[in-house]
Design a binder for this molecule. Structure first.
Ligand SMILES: NC(=O)C1=CN([C@@H]2O[C@H](COP(=O)(O)OP(=O)(O)OC[C@H]3O[C@@H](n4cnc5c(N)ncnc54)[C@H](O)[C@@H]3O)[C@@H](O)[C@H]2O)[C@@H](O)CC1
Ligand SMILES: [K+]
Length: 549
């Protein structure tokens, strides 16, 4: 898992480190990381570094200081650096002096627009961890003039550092170079999109950071935990998933949710409901009945997709909540709980529940999501004593015990009708296999996003295609896991680290999973989908971090 830390925790860690290192050390480490990334991008994409034009957008604080120091380092490589001072009287004094000593130029006011428009690359040092609200009008007007790729310092300006919310104009970076660790603004809401590829520069905060506030699952760990049959297994030992979904009006939801459970594990799937004929026709390996009461024993239930909110749906929900096994509650079942909270009384005490609302369902169940998606999901998880998977481009999964993970979709391809039914079926089968509900929800989400990318290959898809790609997605995460295990084994056997890393990188590329960079999981798909300039500037696959030197 990769950790993500809130601004308060980053600041505390910074204070502790700053107390024991000479003044200015952290800023110079940070700035050196920015300069390294900028020089690398210039070299790879313009064929050189010396003589290239870099514009620095410099705000009033230390974020601008980082940009100015980075400019000073870039001058040593012969880059033509011009700093646009947005608050000339408050620009970081030491950074400004360093840039000027190194031969960098500064501009203010009306001359700035032309400098920004003519740059080969723009560095965004407008505002960082102290950001409040969107870009101010003067900065927004300059950002509008940018045609070159942007490297954001620490965080794209205009993005809320702790929620990723963007409420007005914001910088859209090709690369964000951040310091010490990822912050929530890099992975949540619109901030995840504005950040582009995130590079983490080690400035020595690591030992002081403590437990992360959020985590990101890695494809390799999902692959390692994915349940597959062992030599002693049969169809029952791997968990029987019950699907209470679909109706005469919506048989498709039942077919999709059941299909996901069929693909996810080798355990048995029982379907119960009004779409039994359609399910049996498409998935002959399932056992079908007309009502949940007749379904027989299962190890987890999925309830809701296409179920309807009438009498049959209410009866099905009441039955599964009282069955004493984990339940994934989705779609119409969420609406039923929202409109009739008394239905919660049917829940067998201690039954693990996973709720999978999108924003409108969440609002019905627990009030408006608001700008802080982590706070909303955490609040609902505690209120309902359930894992809450709040869907979005970045999906937040909160457990009642306070654990929170974020799944940053590598693409928007999962946004298609029926996609949620597939996700629910995946979660249900992982619950039936006995996986921790929070991990089950997060793992299903990661595989679901990867399946969408593999299916789409850069063209729109429907949920059936996504479903068909689930086995390939599972193969990919299992291959990533195999590669890490092989790498670990060879390192333990005394093989060189480089060989291990190379093997892992090769295997994850073969698997279509670009893991540590956390960018598009289907290699190349995300880059190809981006706007021309951004795609051209997407960094080469790397390990997602650079040394501060
Ligand atoms: N504290 C440290 O140890 C380190 C900090 N570093 C840098 O310092 C940054 C934080 O610096 P600061 O705390 O000085 O603050 P920032 O540079 O983030 O912000 C400066 C000022 O901008 C103003 N502001 C807030 N929102 C704005 C908006 N939307 N538009 C325009 N102006 C806005 C505020 O008055 C704020 O004080 C980090 O993001 C990072 O770049 C790095 O140098 C690494 C070390
Ligand atoms: K910034």
């Amino acid at each position: 898992m990769q950790g993500v830390w809130t601004v308060d925790h980053v600041r505390s860690a910074e204070e502790r480190v700053m107390a024991v290192v000479p003044a200015g050390t952290l800023m110079r480490r940070a700035a050196f990381g920015v300069a390294t990334e900028v020089a690398g991008l210039l070299a790879r994409h313009t064929g050189g570094v010396a003589g290239r034009r870099v514009a620095l957008l410099v705000g009033a604080g230390n974020n601008g200081g980082d940009a100015l120091w980075a400019g000073a380092f870039l001058r040593r490589r012969g880059v033509a650096v011009t700093a646009v001072l947005l608050a000339p009287n408050r620009a970081h004094p030491a950074g400004l002096a360093a840039l000027r000593r190194a031969g960098g130029r500064t501009v203010t006011g009306a001359a700035a627009g032309a400098v920004v428009a003519a740059a080969d690359l723009v560095v965004d040092g407008i505002v960082g961890l102290s950001a409040r609200g969107p870009l101010r009008p003067d900065a927004a007007a300059l950002v509008d003039r940018i045609t070159a790729p942007v490297v954001a310092v620490d965080l794209p300006s205009g993005v809320d550092p702790d929620t990723g919310a963007v409420t007005g104009p914001a910088v859209r970076a090709a690369v964000t170079v951040t310091f010490g660790c990822r912050k929530p603004g890099h992975v949540l809401a619109a901030g995840a999109t504005c950040s582009g590829v995130v590079r983490v520069v080690d400035i020595g905060l690591g030992p002081e950071l403590g437990e992360p506030d959020l985590v990101l699952l890695e494809p390799a760990e999902v692959g390692a935990a994915w349940p597959v049959p062992g030599p002693d297994d049969d169809k029952y030992t791997q968990g029987v998933t019950g699907i209470a979904a679909g109706s005469a009006a919506f048989p498709g939801a039942a077919v999709l949710a059941t299909g996901a459970a069929v693909h996810a594990t080798s355990g048995m799937v029982r379907y119960a409901g009004q779409a039994a004929d359609a399910v049996r026709a498409r998935w002959p390996e399932t056992v079908t009945t007309g009502a949940v009461a007749d379904a027989g024993r299962v190890q987890a239930w999925v309830v809701g997709p296409g179920l309807g909110t009438g009498k049959a749906g209410t009866e099905a929900l009441t039955h599964v909540l009282g069955a004493g096994v984990p339940v994934c509650v989705d779609a119409d079942a969420i609406t039923l709980l929202a409109t009739n909270p008394g239905l919660w009384d049917a829940r067998e005490p201690d039954t693990p529940v996973v709720l999978t609302p999108h924003d409108r369902e969440f609002a019905r169940l627990a009030g408006e999501v608001g700008p802080d998606r982590v706070a909303a999901a955490t609040r609902a998880a505690s209120q309902f004593d359930a894992v809450v998977l709040l869907k979005g481009h970045s999906t937040v999964v909160a457990a009642p015990d306070g654990r929170v993970l974020v799944d940053r979709a590598g693409s928007a391809w999962p946004a298609t009708a029926g996609s949620g039914d597939v996700l629910t079926g995946l979660i249900g089968s992982l619950l039936a296999a006995g996986m921790d509900p929070w991990l089950a929800a997060g793992s299903a989400c990661l595989v679901h996003g990867l399946a969408a990318e593999l299916a789409a290959r850069n063209a729109p898809i429907g949920a059936s295609a996504l479903l068909d790609a689930v086995p390939d997605a599972i193969r990919a995460v299992r291959a990533a896991a195999g590669a890490s295990m092989a790498a670990g084994a060879s390192m333990a056997a005394g093989a060189s680290t480089a060989a291990g890393v190379g093997a892992a990188a090769g295997a994850s590329m073969a698997a279509g999973a670009s893991t540590a960079a956390g960018v598009s999981m289907a290699a190349g798909v995300g880059a190809a989908a981006g706007a021309g300039a951004v795609a051209r500037w997407t960094p080469a696959a790397g390990d997602g971090s650079v040394s501060a030197g």
